[in-house]
Ligand binder design. Structure first.
Ligand SMILES: *[C@@H]1O[C@H](CO)[C@@H](O)[C@H](O)[C@H]1NC(C)=O
Length: 434
């Protein structure tokens, strides 16, 4: 079944940057979201309107989107060292890993920072004794938590290779998990080359099929294959906490192929007005929005120039306020464990066990590193404005939300999980120092 290729847009003042004129490409197969066709039509009409276009969520409470997002935290190079905590707990996902503290990491050069680069890596020199906790690696968490925000990550290199399971994600500071939600922006295992973005939430949050769009394909990617949903129920208690997720169509969105092209830039937006979206642009993608590429100090609300998000979550089937609140950001790199370990036999990584591989092959971890050019966090210049409960009196051109409305009966029906994605990322115990 084809995806509905609906150009996303954001509420905007007419003075806001519009980017290139977006093409509204709509491919709807009979039987899928007809409501989206209607919404797309309204959207098209709205684009021709000169009035300010407020946002409404499709839940029972409506919010206006802030008119601008302002750079709040600009993490580049050394600035990570003060603003993030190096976690040393046992890996909650049971990986063959030994998370080390900041001082040890700096001393072993498993963390490296200068004025413009920040690198975190796995140990690639040491044979790990079987009785040790695991291979040295890094898990860091931002001290700051962010409510409505847009996060932009310029990532040169991500950890790659057999047994690795890197992730860049966010989770509720208040919790307890899964209360307040978990958003996985970058995640994959072993030799994967396609990113998986997913949510893990409390019950009653699902991802409608028509919200599953395809990654905005760079012009040099010949095939437009839709992102594939892995499951649609975000509830962490079903499907062994598989969550709801989207596997990106871009075959250079994860791992070795990502690194071979010098990576790219990621954005995640989480707002009351819009729910959660994830974008990815290859570094050479001419469609990367200029404000994203330049690391601008102010972002207008996400506009059509950003293209379709690779993953869109949250519309009437997931009330944002009930499932999300302020999130901390996390980078980690574990090995084997609940995901990379459980799919190891089919990973193409050879006959040994995953744990033996980790213990005995330090040289295999040479490319198991994060190299971050910048991580920018933008927050609204004004709080989200609640418009009051209940449906709008009239769904006119001025109240159009990007077309994400799905009739219930047409929602994606979750397939049984194709891998055991068992994991609980219970957050670490609260740090009294925070
Ligand atoms: C430490 O790591 C950085 C980043 O990978 C690298 O450029 C540098 O050469 C390393 N330093 C040493 C002493 O190995």
């Amino acid at each position: 079944m084809n995806s509905n290729e609906l150009q996303e847009t954001a509420g905007r003042k007419t003075t806001a940057p519009q980017g290139d004129s977006p093409s509204l490409s709509l491919t709807v197969t009979a039987g899928t979201c007809l409501a989206s066709v209607f919404a797309a039509l309204l959207y098209f009409l709205a684009r021709t309107s000169s009035a300010y276009t407020p946002f409404r969520s499709l839940g029972t409470t409506h919010y206006n989107h802030a008119s601008h997002f302002v750079l709040k935290d600009n993490f580049v190079g050394n600035s990570f060292l003060q603003a993030w905590k190096w976690e040393i707990m046992n890996d909650p996902t049971h990986g063959r890993v030994n998370y080390i503290d900041q001082a040890s990491a700096l001393q072993k050069n498993l963390t490296f920072a200068n004025n413009h680069k920040f690198v975190m890596r796995a140990d690639s020199n040491t044979v790990v004794p079987p009785q040790a906790r695991g291979r040295d690696s890094i898990r860091i968490t931002s001290y700051e938590a962010y409510d409505d925000a847009i996060f932009v990550l310029d990532l040169q290199h991500m950890p790659e290779g057999c047994s690795t399971w890197p992730a860049f994600w966010s989770l509720s500071k208040d919790g307890p998990w899964p209360h307040g939600g978990e958003i996985d922006i970058i995640e994959g295992v072993n030799l994967n080359t396609q990113n998986l973005a997913s949510l893990h939430t409390t019950p009653s949050c699902t991802m409608p099929q028509c919200a599953i769009t395809q990654v905005n394909p760079p012009s040099n990617v010949p095939q437009h294959t839709p992102s594939s949903p892995t499951s649609a129920d975000c509830d962490a208690t079903v499907n062994y906490n598989q969550g709801c997720g989207v596997s990106f169509s871009d075959s250079a969105s994860f791992g070795s192929t990502y690194n071979a092209i010098g990576g790219g830039v990621w954005a995640m937006q989480k707002t009351r007005a819009r729910g959660v979206q994830v974008w990815f642009w290859r570094r050479d993608d001419p469609n990367m929005p200029p404000e994203v590429r330049s690391g601008a100090g102010v972002l207008a609300p996400v506009n059509p120039g950003w293209g379709r998000p690779a993953a869109t979550f949250g519309c009437e089937s997931c009330e944002y306020d009930q499932h999300f609140n302020a999130h901390q950001l996390v980078f980690d790199l574990t090995f084997c464990g609940d995901w990379a370990g459980s799919v190891w036999p089919n990973s193409g990584c050879g006959p040994s066990t995953c744990e033996d591989f980790v213990n005995n092959n330090p040289k295999a971890f040479k490319n198991a590193y994060w190299e971050i050019n910048a991580l920018r966090v933008y927050t609204p210049d004004e709080p989200s404005l609640r418009e009051g409960p209940g449906p709008k009196a009239a769904l006119g051109a001025a109240t159009v939300f990007p077309p994400l409305h799905c009739p219930k009966e047409l929602r994606y029906i979750a397939q049984p999980p194709d891998h055991t994605h068992l994991r609980s990322r219970a957050p670490p115990p609260p740090d009294p120092a925070i």
